[in-house]
Design a binder for this molecule. Structure first.
Ligand code: KG4
Ligand code: ZN
Length: 338
């Protein structure tokens, strides 16, 4: 039997610097340096993100190699995020990966960040993986997509957002509620115990499998501005109910479209991926839907929902098997599509 490759994955598309080592489909280490600095500004500041990646990249890769208990000579290839993402951030990871591959004389592999979120389902966790073809609801800070996945390399986006992403809807709503960035996990936390029907917000009307979240955000903004004018303590007094109602509205938009996609395609293998797939309400509502409709649902481990290099490493693994290597002339792309 051929020896399984050891691959170094490098992720630097937004504000997390991450490095992972994978052996075959088994993760040996997955180091993530999160950049706290952005919470001071209520969102990711691209210039600061690039600088922090520059500071973090070598220590993060070094720690990933040490924690995997291997030496750098054991690595067979380097996979890096080519896009989509912030260009200055992508440049740090790609320059590092190219230099590393050249210095060690090993192959270089480019990875699409959005495909990598989906492929995180194939990391060996000793449990069932989605069967092809399956539908993946990929919900992150920058993207909201329904993807029809035919194989590890053949994927088509069949629905996407026409304005904000689902993660953006969570983060912008949290900002209106004066919560820190990123606000998605905080809305999730404060929503527990809140009444999902306490407040009603506008519902988008978008065709087919596409999404829209900007109208919802405006409706939340007006409701809160109005209420705070009448009662300055409105947010503090109703935080749980507000978070629960906002979360309910966002999750409902996602659920409606995934149900439509199931109906349209007849596919009953469903996966979720991306930062918002960490949301507890989305996870439990999808599970209910799956139980009711006899659908096989695949939910990633929490650590593989938000940005991480393990997903880049597993994507690199599949390309390594196909000998799909990249040249040193490859450049990152902020708007890379499938
Ligand atoms: O995939 P990701 O880590 O980065 C991008 O590629 O964008 O996603 C980040 C997004 C942020 O908008 C964050 O607020 C959201 O995922 N997020 C959540 C939760 N955890 C992370 N949104 C709702 N509930 C959560 N528990
Ligand atoms: Zn992401």
């Amino acid at each position: 039997m051929p020896k399984e490759p050891i691959i170094l994955g490098v992720e630097s598309s937004c504000d997390d610097t991450s490095a992972a080592i994978i052996h075959g489909r088994r993760i040996l280490s997955n180091e993530i340096a999160t950049q706290e600095i952005h919470s001071l500004y209520g969102g990711v500041v691209p210039e600061l993100a690039s600088r922090a990646h520059q500071q973090n990249i070598i220590p993060v890769v070094d720690t990933a190699i040490r924690k995997a208990n291997i030496s750098k000579e054991d690595i067979d290839a380097v996979a890096f995020t080519q896009g989509p993402g912030l260009l200055g951030s992508l440049l740090v990871g790609s320059s590092f990966a190219k230099a590393y591959a050249m210095g060690m004389g090993i192959p270089l592999i480019t990875v699409n960040h959005m495909q990598a979120h989906i492929l995180s389902h194939f990391i060996d966790e000793g449990k069932a993986v989605p069967k092809f073809p399956f539908l993946c609801l990929t919900v992150s800070g920058g993207h909201t997509q329904i993807v029809r996945v035919e194989s590890h390399s053949n994927m088509q986006v069949i629905g996407t957002t026409i304005d904000d992403a689902a993660g953006e809807a969570f983060d912008k709503s949290a900002k209106i509620l004066q919560l820190a960035y990123p606000g998605g996990p905080l809305i999730d936390k404060y929503a527990r115990g809140g009444n999902i029907h306490a407040f009603k917000f506008g519902k988008p009307k978008v065709k087919d499998l596409d999404f829209s979240f900007s109208g919802l955000k405006t409706s939340i903004l007006y409701k809160i501005q109005d209420s705070v004018q009448k009662n300055p303590k409105f947010i503090q007094e109703h935080l749980g109910d507000l978070c629960a109602s906002i979360q309910y509205s966002i999750v409902n938009i996602l659920l409606e479209k995934i149900q439509k996609a199931i109906y349209k395609t007849g596919i009953k293998e469903i996966a979720i991926a991306g930062g918002v797939s960490a949301n507890s309400f989305l996870r439990s509502e999808l599970q209910k839907l799956a139980d009711e409709k006899k659908i096989n649902l695949y939910i990633p481990k929490f650590e593989y929902c938000t940005d991480n290099a393990a997903m880049i490493a597993i994507s690199g693994y599949f390309k390594y098997l196909e000998k799909e290597f990249a040249s040193q002339n490859e450049v990152p792309s902020a708007s890379l599509s499938f």
